[in-house]
Design a protein around this ligand. Sequence first.
Ligand code: SF4
Length: 330
Amino acid sequence: MSAGRPLGLTSTIPVEIVLAGGWTPVDLNNRFINDSDPAGLVQRAEDLGLPPTLCAWIKGIYAWCLAHPEVTAVVGVTRGDCSNTHALMELLSRAGRRVIPFDFPHGRNLADLCEQMARLAAALGADLDRAQQVQRELLPLRQDLERLDELTWREGRVSGWENHLWLVGASDFEGDPVAFHTRLQQFLVRAQGRPAARPRVRLGLLGVPPIISGLHQALAEMGAEVVFNEVPRQFAMLPPEPALDLAGQYARYTYPYDVFGRLADVQAQIERRALQGLLHYTQSFCWRQMQDLILRKELDLPMLTLEGDRVGPVDGRTRLRLEAFVEVLA
Ligand code: SF4
């Protein structure tokens, strides 16, 4: 798992294949949002002609890629993530990047998923047996991520924001799984020594990672803690019992498939984590906003839907809505 050529990823894919091919995974979402000026990147994409009525994540990723020519190749998830990725890949191709598509198959078809993984491995010069071995090597790291998650929902020693950061970081391990694991272990030692927090309200946060900043922290100030970060937890591929092989792991992953798998996962976590309410974050101009309708109808827990467009802090109106929601639940 040594560092190699950077490979941009538009979404979580079988990162074990990327590592087996000797590449360094670069989650473009994380790089965009952690850039020193993410709002400036979105503006740059609009200055280049992308419309205001397009998801800001796509614009940010595009502008980040243009600013980082060292990322010469990008894997785009062209089925199962974002309908905008098709055109994003065309733009990046025109900008001279090598683009490699990856499709999560409809209906979680295992044979089709294996075929996609084989295609990806061939494109990246990776050996699938080696990728399977990488999956086993990553197991202790994923078990420690599960421990981190437990320290959030079971023990109250890791905040919802810290939980979010570590779990989204696991989509590419910040480029280096070994260094990431070392930092995680050091963090766990510190966190285990903290006093346990007892929030007034226990919340689940559903949907794509929010583009607005300070959401978890604003809730914590109101006495509410996010003890379930739905999609980041999926990105982190916490190890199941019994263990699955590589294809099984990515067939169990709920995010790229239909909403019903997500519903089953959320329903189980509502009980397991004793959630009192749900926030559903939706991104402006995102097709996933439509799924809000199903989540509202099917989940039997109070739910507040938030919509974010631009990069920036929680605005006053959203803060008021959150306060009212938390007070009702408390
Ligand atoms: S938030 Fe929605 S529209 Fe934006 S990149 Fe993600 S899936 Fe695509």
